[in-house]
Write a protein that binds this ligand. Structure first.
Ligand SMILES: [Zn+2]
Length: 129
């Protein structure tokens, strides 16, 4: 317990701003159906998965040297999402010059589009009609 005369030490049991934010995040995530847990990941298996996801190698062809399939799969998903991908205009189909990060435009595993891209304001307006 803190000495009542101590003017130097702060309230060590008070929640910091960061702890408050974390508590609010946790409440939001739980309300959305998530649960928080801790898992152990095997670094080499995760790195192998990441490298394979990055080049869109088939997820289910797991290399012999993979020790942990969960680590491999999580690595593969990250690699797949970081993979450079092309995206074309939703209106005129012109391809974007620079590749995008696949995870920003396509859902993992089935490649369903997450958002559309227009090459110009005109295309965006034309597509509304
Ligand atoms: Zn266009």
């Amino acid at each position: 317990m803190k000495d009542e005369l101590d003017q130097q030490t702060g309230d060590l049991f008070a929640r910091s701003g960061s702890a408050e934010r974390q508590a609010r995040l946790k409440a939001r995530r739980e309300a959305a159906g998530y649960r928080q847990t801790t898992i152990w990941l095997h670094g080499d298996s995760e790195r192998i998965g990441y490298a394979r996801g990055l080049v869109a190698a088939p997820l289910q062809q797991i290399p012999q040297e993979v020790v942990d399939v969960t680590s491999y799969t999580l690595g593969w998903l990250r690699g797949d999402q970081d993979r450079p991908a092309s995206v074309s205009c939703a209106s005129c189909r012109a391809e974007r010059e620079k590749p995008v990060r696949a995870g920003d435009y396509y859902r993992a595993l089935d490649g369903q589009p997450l958002q559309v891209w227009y090459c110009s304001e005109e295309c965006a307006e034309r597509f509304q009609w």
